[in-house]
Ligand binder design. Structure first.
Ligand code: NAD
Length: 332
């Protein structure tokens, strides 16, 4: 049997990350995400690298008795059962910050695109209705109010761009108070969620998916928003009730909706929002820039290789000291 650690990857990634992983061990690309294949291919893996696809639960971890580290190429790690990893002595690592700029820019692009009716204008041009250009009157961002839900890395950057580039009035809500300089950079004021929903012409979501954020924007939350508000979701689909958004758009209770993420991914053919002319949607591609892909690949490779070599991870999800103690107790 090979002495080099076996690194199973469920995802392709930027070349530089692949090189780092192959230099450190035997890199194998999973041939399928089908459970019957995955359970077989993970059996002798020391490390697992994932992107957004795949549910990484305790049963899968049990199929990999040698597994020491799970590396999430990206930021949200809601598909990994982190407590299950901890009790098995498996370190989970991720790449916070690697795609902040890309997702913040995507959010701003959505704000501009909705404000200038890009979806309708582009569809009209394609359909040969050139003169429809005067039918859709947009609006400027300058001086309008932006409400940011989740003032973390991406939320802060969106606030800063909105403030500096467009002179927007920035409100935010978060369960944690940020350092004062972060508020200052975005000229942002912390408010309760209800006040944010009632005051904002743009509401943008930058929270992780967990039990505190699932369906945070439901029918009741939508009913508190201004009818001239646009809602933007680049974080995780289940944070929003998509059916309720479609209904709010139907009765003009909402001015526009843009999203990069869906309740179920890939979204089903009869998705309530895909195909509507008044929404702007992308296929979970906000982080797909050269820079962000390189940052994620190198960041995850560095931490996965580090953990395999007994080093402390730079970006742990679960507590490395607790994981190490459990490993010792389990005799791993
Ligand atoms: P982050 O951890 O820096 O920020 C998240 C913020 O949300 C934190 O400040 C946290 O305190 C706050 N928060 C948590 N629960 C909350 C609640 N119930 N109410 C209000 N605030 C709450 O993360 P980030 O790097 O800014 O990324 C945010 C999310 O964006 C990620 O968790 C991920 O799901 C998503 N994301 C999507 C893409 C994409 O490709 N579309 C890429 C990167 C990240």
């Amino acid at each position: 049997m090979s002495q080099r650690p076996i690194i199973l990857s469920l995802t392709n990634m930027a070349e530089s990350g692949l090189v780092m992983l192959s230099d450190a061990g035997e890199l194998r690309m999973a041939s399928s995400l089908k459970p019957e294949v995955l359970y077989r291919e993970i059996a002798d893996a020391d490390a697992l690298v994932i992107r957004t696809a795949g549910t990484i639960d305790g049963a899968l971890m049990d199929a990999a008795p040698r597994l020491r580290v799970i590396g999430r190429h990206g930021v949200g790690y809601d598909q990994v059962d982190v407590p299950a990893a901890t009790v098995r002595g498996i370190q989970v690592v991720y790449t916070p910050g690697a795609n902040t700029e890309a997702v913040a820019a995507h959010t701003i692009a959505f704000m501009i695109g909705l404000s200038k009716h890009f979806p309708q204008q582009m569809a009209s041009l394609l359909a040969g209705r050139y003169n429809d250009r005067t039918k859709y009157v947009g609006r400027d961002l300058t001086g309008r109010t932006l409400g940011i839900i989740g003032f973390g890395r991406i939320g802060k950057r969106v606030g800063e761009i909105a403030r500096v580039a467009f002179g927007m009035n920035v409100l935010y809500t978060d369960i944690v108070a940020p350092p004062p300089e972060a508020e200052k950079k975005a000229g942002a004021r912390r408010v309760e969620l209800d006040e944010l929903l009632m005051a904002s012409e743009y509401v943008t979501l930058h929270v992780p998916l967990d039990e505190s954020t699932r369906r945070l924007i439901d029918r009741a939350a939508l009913s508190r928003m201004r009818p001239d508000a646009a809602l933007i979701n680049t974080c995780r689909g289940p944070v929003v009730d998509e059916q309720a958004v479609a209904e709010a758009l139907d009765v003009h209770r909402l001015w526009g909706y843009a999203a990069d993420v869906y309740d179920v991914e890939p979204p089903p053919a009869d998705h309530p929002l895909i195909g509507r002319p008044d929404v702007m949607l992308t296929p979970h591609s906000a982080a797909q820039t050269v820079e962000s892909l390189r940052n994620m690949a190198e960041g995850i490779a560095e931490d996965v290789v580090g953990v395999l070599n007994g080093k402390a991870p730079r970006n742990p999800v679960n507590d490395p000291a607790e994981v190490a103690a459990i490993r010792r107790r389990l005799g791993k």
